[in-house]
Design a protein around this ligand. Sequence first.
Ligand code: WT7
Length: 629
Amino acid sequence: MKHIVKSWDDYQKIYQYSVEQPQAFWADIASEFQWKKSWDKVLEWNFSEPNVKWFQGGQLNITENCLDRHLESRGDQVAIIWEPNDPKDQEIKLTYKELHQKVSQFANVLKKQGVQKGDRVCLYMPMIPELAIAVLACARIGAVHSVVFAGFSANALADRINDAEAKLVITADGSFRGAKTIALKDITDDALSHTPCVETVIVVERTKQVCQMQEGRDYWWHEEVASVDADCPAETMDSEDMLFILYTSGSTGKPKGVVHTTAGYMVYTYYTFMNVFQYQEGDVYWCSADIGWITGHSYIIYGPLLAGATTVMSEGIPTWPDAGRYWATCDKYKVNQFYTAPTAIRALMAKGLEYVAPYRLDALKVIGSVGEPINEEAWEWYHKYIGKSQCPIVDTWWQTETGGMMISPIPNVTPLKPTFATLPLPGIQPCLVTQEGKEIEENGVEGLLCVKYPWPSMIRTTYGNHERCKQVYFSMFEGKYFTGDGCRRDEDGLYRIIGRVDDVINVSGHRLGTAEVENAINEHDAVVESAVIGYPHEIKGQGIFAFVIVNDEISEQKLQKELKELVVKEIGPIAKPDRLAIVSGLPKTRSGKIMRRILRKIASGEADQLGDLSTLLDPSIVEEIKSLV
Ligand code: WT7
């Protein structure tokens, strides 16, 4: 394939070409695909509306490129290896031929249920093959998938279903998570009592636990697929037709639906998958993310399948039956490229090397990290004990909004530096700006990370609210996409992501808005006001700290318990505060704005560096909070 970087010289040449002639560069890659009709225009853009259109006039279906395109050359090659929660259970291997057939079959089920091109379908499912099949089946018929991570609560699910106005929901009776089972259908039923738009529910039988099936609304997956045929021609889609919505948290308000479209997303996930993992024919690749997040969309399903790769999908958790599960799975399938999150690395590192020792990891060639900054200790451990000092670590920086990896080393080609995402991939033009929006040209600086030129898989809009997309990403700095991240560029021009500069926190690689958690806490009758911040947490990266003002005489113990339950109910277990302090006031400016910066400093043990407190309405509150924390 074109523009795969194999040497430092390649990197420089290809990068330069991608900046000087971006349209020709991306057209080269796009032309490797199967198009029903070629594009008329590679790119049209402005960042002020914003309006970004790639490959206009082109027509295609992404599933033809993920599946049909490979049938002749690798129909019998394994496309997906599914590793079940329980290692004693049998794995499932689906060849490209089998996957093509299952996707087509389920696409016919969706059609039979009246799903049409452009309709939204919500997937609230465990990590089972049916999830990947359902994603692709939606794309096959031009329906827009909206996958909701199965750890979210009924309320969070209902919000997402309603925002997308999904008419069909796909779920399972239950899901296995280590030694636990979760009653997914019950949670879905709960959500569905607040979602008037949903007409149909399809339920996969996974745990065989008892659940209610509502006549005329709920159907079993296995019964439905038995009644349709296995041939489903792929719908013709325009390049800019919506492929999926994925909800993610921001500084304010409810999570927003990030919209990705067909052709650009296809071109970019394929290209970055090939470049960053240096995937070779026959390799086995594993990304341990959940398909409920962008990492799973782009680098379990689309990128690898577009590349004709063998992709592992695992249902379980890293610590069950024991902390060796990842390494056992790498050994079992002789995984060549492994991609995971720093939080998992830190958790497994803490369990000790005896969980790594029993397994052969010598098939590994590249190991990756994503989702949050990786600290030096975790980087070194991963490099030494998992990569055996032989495998480059690709610390990949990107976001739900970017659709694919943006800044990352290219293994055995570009330099590695622990805790640095290093260099932009070809086609990506990052820049650092000051608070005032002035671009910083020199090296050895810190600034706000922006991108100044479009790339194919960038966010197109936030579903149902284009203004919000413009406000959040494109109005901070004129003519630039603002990432929300602070970043350092060292003397050699290598990038190191410092973390969010907005009110977004990153807990175990999961992104949460502090406002979202506050809103949940404020639902409690006894709560007057709250402020939520992230603080450094050894395993999770950031922990959640809630400061709460209450009006009632309520026992602290009871309140602690109730507030945690409330957050779990409103959002899900991932948002449960790690620490909760009852305070009599919050540090506010005279205009009433909570100074979260002060709370962050105190919670991070930097109470001696609070800086200027003269703008505070009531400085004495700071002393109270310091003594509580
Ligand atoms: C935020 C995006 C990208 C898929 C998973 C997360 C942080 C992501 C890195 C990295 C330091 C990182 C950023 C970013 N982040 N990757 N390699 N080093 N920070 O996607 O949920 O949209 O979160 O995750 O802060 O803005 P997401």
